[in-house]
Design a protein around this ligand. Structure first.
Ligand SMILES: C[S@@+](CC[C@H](N)C(=O)[O-])C[C@H]1O[C@@H](n2cnc3c(N)ncnc32)[C@H](O)[C@@H]1O
Length: 359
């Protein structure tokens, strides 16, 4: 597979610089060198590896879940250009023949206005391509599970990137986008951030253990109550800390106690199962708050947002997560920490700190 020389990473439009800085840093840590290329607001980054085949090394060795800003990725063989509209499939098939065997095709576009306009074309093309590749035995039968998935990133009707990603080390969703329906009864759209965070961070096998009825939670910066609504929806008992007003219907559930207090000085009466925090403040200050909760043993799990500054956003994330890891390690606390720029996040990232890791 020596032809996999390029990584393609999807990210939120406007976060190409952060995505590029992150992949450059993580690749250098495993001895893969190259350079990123992107246009502002294009919704993806290309990372050209210097040594042939090292995009494959990177996509195998790096853990996709360790990347914060990449929503999806693939290791590409080529950018196919000037594809004839009468037969786009033949040149693609020629390339696919050189790639590892896959049993599924994922067609993707950039998460931008231009990208979304291509979605209709991409969908139709996807089924035609899959059918043609299967007929030529270039795609394994659906039932035959393969380690790799074929990725086709449509740039326009004549241009695309062709690549592969390990099924177990990439997002199962096209462009890494987890689509969720807004629950009509929830008091704010922020509710989707916590819902997506649970989907993304908590493995299915641990769902019942970590999100169970009767658990207790503290929601810091809770008003008007979108995150509290999610906790109540899981039948948890919640202390909602915020000077602002909470949604009245939510308060009528009888599962919420509203405390008009400062999130940074609030101490829970008893340790809780979950602490969640959506306070808008400096990321370093929120990091300190989470460290304080962890060192005091006040929660078993935490989900918190780090609002990103205007500049040096990648450096700020590295600093905050590094600080948190350092503090927990010096205190000898077992933990698992994951962070992700979720689809429903804007100028923030979401982190999950588990103080009850599996092993
Ligand atoms: C983004 S909103 C939270 C939205 C909420 N998660 C939801 O889903 O409805 C941020 C909240 O943090 C609160 N906040 C900011 N600083 C705070 C502090 N020091 N203590 C408590 N709440 C604070 C604000 O009043 C605001 O309601």
């Amino acid at each position: 597979m020596s032809e996999l020389n390029t990584l393609l990473l999807h990210c939120r439009s406007g976060f190409e610089k952060e995505c590029a800085a992150e992949i450059t840093t993580r690749c250098a840590e495993i001895g893969v060198y190259g350079y990123p290329q992107f246009e502002p607001a294009q919704g993806y980054v290309i990372y050209h590896c210097h040594e042939p085949g090292t995009a494959e090394v990177a996509i195998r060795k790096l853990r996709f879940r360790d990347l914060v800003f990449a929503r999806q990725w693939s290791a590409c063989v080529a950018r196919l250009e000037r594809l004839p509209s009468a037969d786009r499939i033949t040149p693609i098939a020629e390339q696919v023949a050189k790639m590892p065997s896959c049993s599924e095709v994922m067609i993707e576009v950039a998460d931008t206005t231009e990208g979304r306009e291509l979605q209709g074309f991409a969908r139709k093309f996807s089924s035609a391509l899959a059918q043609a590749l299967r007929q030529q035995s270039l795609l394994l039968p659906r039932k035959q599970r393969s380690q790799w998935r074929l990725h086709v990133m449509v740039i326009d009707g004549k241009t695309l990137w062709l690549g592969v990603a390990p099924v177990a080390n990439s997002s199962p969703h096209p462009m890494g986008i987890q689509r969720l329906k807004f629950p009509a009864a929830a008091p704010s759209r922020s509710t989707l951030k916590l819902e997506e965070a649970w989907h993304y961070f908590i493995p299915k096998r641990r769902r019942d253990e970590l999100l169970a009825g009767g658990m207790t939670a503290v929601d810091l910066g809770a008003a008007p109550g979108g995150w509290t609504w999610q906790l109540v929806n899981q039948h948890m008992f919640v202390i909602a800390v915020d000077n602002g007003p909470m949604n009245e219907d939510l308060m009528e559930s009888g599962q919420v106690e509203h405390r008009r207090e400062d999130a940074f000085t609030f101490a829970p009466p008893k340790p809780v199962d979950w602490m969640v925090c959506d306070v808008v403040d400096k990321p370093a200050r929120v990091t300190e708050l989470v460290v304080h909760w962890a060192l005091n043993g006040w929660c078993r799990n935490a989900i918190f947002n780090l609002k990103l500054p205007m500049k040096q956003r990648f450096d700020e994330v590295e600093d905050c997560l590094g600080r948190l890891r350092g503090e927990l390690a010096s205190a000898g606390i077992a933990y698992r920490l994951e962070a992700r720029h979720l689809y429903h996040d804007r100028e923030e990232i979401t982190c999950w700190l588990s103080l009850t890791p599996e092993n």
